[in-house]
Design a protein around this ligand. Structure first.
Ligand code: MSP
Length: 511
């Protein structure tokens, strides 16, 4: 894969119920990284989709009186519609019931058999259908006579059945070496440490087939066994690139994946099982697993089973998608959990969107409309305060690539807020309105520099706020080709006079 290509994925969602804010968060986060790389002239492939096999889906379909595939067709479409509603810029939407995926899973299975990593035995232990995960006895807690996973809190059942196993135990040392060589394979560092400690405490072989239900991909040459849904699901990242056709342009251009964005609950699968399967199958593991925290409601994970869901569609219909995207990205701290509420969403809309970004634009646009007939000529002489603002902005922007290469979106947002703050302060200090009669050239310079700053701010933030930033960049008559990050390398956005167009109020304050 070339250095200028970037393959990024969201987790593929279980179509077992309606999508909620946690799902929207995970997807929007990945979307922001995808858009950042596109703005930075990378060739990006961004994947999302649905994870449709396994007992969890079979049970959900039965409960709703559907055949599994009919149920998946129905719910997968709801996730696809959500992707549109939240402005995901995904290039593909994969469903694990598609034949392209089936081929890919069979190939991986055969490779693992060929490498001697799979053997037949019997599984005896705990299983959580909700997590589709096996748990050791020391990971189980008992409450009111019922057993739960101490890790996720989901209920578990005792399973005893014939099963194929993957020799995960034999990959323990190689995984630790892999983490050691690839220091940033798992971010944030706290999650990396968690994974390394877990692997160091000893890995057991992993059951990779089930025989007590039918909804899934059959083990090749064995009708009784269904391939474990996580081995099936993780392979989606390869199937979307037309693996096993390794000569396919997509595979050649985009594997290994640059970034899998996932929630902390599915870290083990991505950071332990996935690289172990791939190393065993002699395929390069992905470059980075970034694990985000949970969206909480109060102090609990937002989830269907807890009944504390904020419906993303309702929030978008009331407040707007730009508003929700910005709020979620700002409010949830880097790699940690974040509690959300409508009250704090409203505060964020008023303080950041209306007062900060929105006000900066509106005051400059209306001044130029009323005093300069919508045209600002090119800056001629740079004053000390102009220079100061330009240098302060450069100092902030020069770190942005590194910040985003570590998925630190909170610092990115802080940087943009800071540029907006500095620009507002510059305008207040320079008082262009006082220069109309005395120094029209200086007034023009100030306005030209302010518009250049506004363009930078809105290009940076259009990774998050996708609609209203376009309105501003259109009103600046900035051509589409120039809406990229070349200014991060010190290039100017406007080399000439700037003609502006009408700009409506961007963000309405909520009272
Ligand atoms: N199907 C698996 C993923 C397979 S990837 C090969 C799965 N699906 S899921 O629908 O349960 O969750 C998808 C993603 O949503 C996960 O990354 C999970 O962490 C995230 N979220 C689900 N609830 C969440 C919150 N309340 N908050 C933030 N993200 C959470 O796991």
């Amino acid at each position: 894969m070339s250095h200028n290509n970037f393959y990024i994925t969201t987790p593929i969602y279980y179509p077992s119920g309606e999508p909620h804010m946690g799902h929207a968060y995970s997807s929007i986060l990945a979307d922001v990284f995808a858009r950042f790389k596109r703005n930075d002239n990378f060739k990006v492939y961004f994947l999302t989709g649905t994870d449709e096999h396994g007992l969890k889906i079979q049970k959900a379909a039965e409960k709703n009186n559907y055949a599994p595939l009919d149920y998946c067709n129905k719910i997968s479409k709801i996730f696809k519609d959500l992707a549109n509603k939240i402005n995901l810029s995904n290039d593909d939407f994969i469903r694990t019931t598609e034949s392209r995926h089936h081929k890919s899973v069979i190939d991986i299975w055969n490779r693992l058999v060929k490498s001697g990593d799979i053997y037949l035995s019997k599984y005896k232990g705990w299983y959580s259908v909700s997590d589709e995960a096996y748990y050791n006895a020391d990971e189980i807690i008992e409450k009111d006579g019922k057993k739960f996973s101490a890790f996720s809190g989901s209920s578990v059942e005792w399973v005893e059945e014939d099963s194929f196993f993957f020799k995960l135990s034999s990959w323990e040392k190689k995984l630790l070496e892999f983490y050691d060589i690839n220091k940033k394979f798992i971010l944030p560092v706290s999650r990396r440490n968690e994974v390394i400690n877990f692997v160091k405490s000893g890995l057991k072989d992993l059951s990779v087939s089930r025989t007590s239900f039918t909804w899934g991909i059959k083990v090749p040459g064995n009708n009784k066994h269904i391939i474990y849904v996580w081995l099936d699901a993780l392979t989606n990242y390869l199937s979307a690139l037309n693996y096993p056709n390794i000569n396919d342009e997509l595979y050649k251009n985009f594997w290994p994946a640059s970034l899998h964005v996932i929630g902390k609950d599915i870290l083990r699968f991505h950071a332990i099982y996935w690289p172990a399967f791939l190393l065993a199958a002699k395929i390069d593991p992905p470059v980075r697993i970034f694990s985000h925290g949970w969206i909480l409601s109060g102090d609990k994970k937002m989830s269907k089973s807890k009944g504390n869901i904020l419906n993303p569609i309702e929030v978008i219909d009331t407040y707007g998608i730009d508003e929700l995207r910005y709020y979620l990205m700002k409010e949830v701290p880097h790699g940690s959990d974040g509690s959300i509420s409508l009250k704090s969403l409203e505060n964020c809309i008023n303080s950041d969107l209306a007062n900060n970004y929105g006000n900066l634009c509106q005051r400059i646009f209306s001044f130029i409309k009323n005093n300069c007939s919508n045209v600002v000529s090119k800056t001629k002489n740079i004053s000390t305060s102009d220079k100061k603002l330009i240098e302060q902005t450069e100092k902030i922007t020069k770190d942005l690539r590194n910040i985003m290469d570590e998925q630190n979106l909170n610092n990115y947002i802080k940087s943009v807020i800071n540029i907006s703050f500095l620009t507002n302060k510059y305008i207040n200090d320079e008082e262009p309105w006082k220069l109309k009669k005395t120094n029209i050239e200086k007034m023009n310079n100030i306005l030209h520099i302010s518009l250049e700053q506004i363009a930078k701010i809105y290009i940076l933030i259009n990774t998050i706020i996708t609609n209203k930033t376009t309105k501003v960049l259109d009103a600046l008559n900035l051509n589409k080709k120039s809406r990229n990050f070349s200014f991060l390398d010190g290039k100017k956005i406007f080399d000439d006079k700037i003609q502006i167009s009408e700009l409506d109020i961007l963000f309405k304050k909520i009272s």
